[in-house]
Design a protein around this ligand. Sequence first.
Ligand code: COA
Length: 193
Amino acid sequence: MRTQGNWFVTIQRLIRGLIKGKQFCFIGKNVKLGKDVQISPMVLIDDNVTIGDGTFIGYGCVIRPGTSIGYDCSFGHLNVIEGCIIGNRVGIHAQCHLTKGTIIYDDVFMGALCWTSNTKNIDHGRGLNPKVLGPTFERACGIGSGVGFLPDVRIGENSIIGAGSVVTKNVPPREIWIGFPAKKKSDVKEGIL
Ligand SMILES: CC(C)(COP(=O)(O)OP(=O)(O)OC[C@H]1O[C@@H](n2cnc3c(N)ncnc32)[C@H](O)[C@@H]1OP(=O)(O)O)[C@@H](O)C(=O)NCCC(=O)NCCS
């Protein structure tokens, strides 16, 4: 069995964590942390990650290479963020798995245990080289807990997805969708968002 990296890389990352004042954190190369970023223990931040001012990263989060996170965001414990572009004031509860290519605009909220996906075909071991297309979450949409997203879906501005849904199609702005597969339930009432 081969393991990724080696003890030398591990120690380098730990030392970078210590230098940046984040104990027990692994921090990769070319990581840019803004002012007042709060990083909890046991966080892994990979190479070429940017995190904006005032953002909070909870215990045990894994932030994979190339991720960009804006300012004043909050990520609860044990989130995995794999090369995503994330705007400002975004709130992600705990234990979500956001795959590479996911785009999240400003002011989005996501409940705990959500997942995204980014390839239609399951490639593992088949050499299909599929296109990687993550979901896009437009400004201020609200996602309930435990929602799954198929690749390349677009969640419209100010829309709401009910807890436990699986979203397989684009959701227009200001609509509430629920279920598996998710379908329109109603419009978001004026004044709610
Ligand atoms: C989608 C949601 C916003 C709808 O709220 P609402 O408009 O007040 O809906 P109601 O509670 O009046 O329910 C209306 C119907 O939809 C059903 N329903 C509500 N939410 C549902 C969901 N997530 N999945 C499936 N059905 C749902 C209800 O059972 C009810 O069915 P009925 O008409 O047969 O009795 C809400 O139910 C929801 O899922 N919120 C997310 C909660 C959450 O995860 N928060 C995270 C913060 S920690």
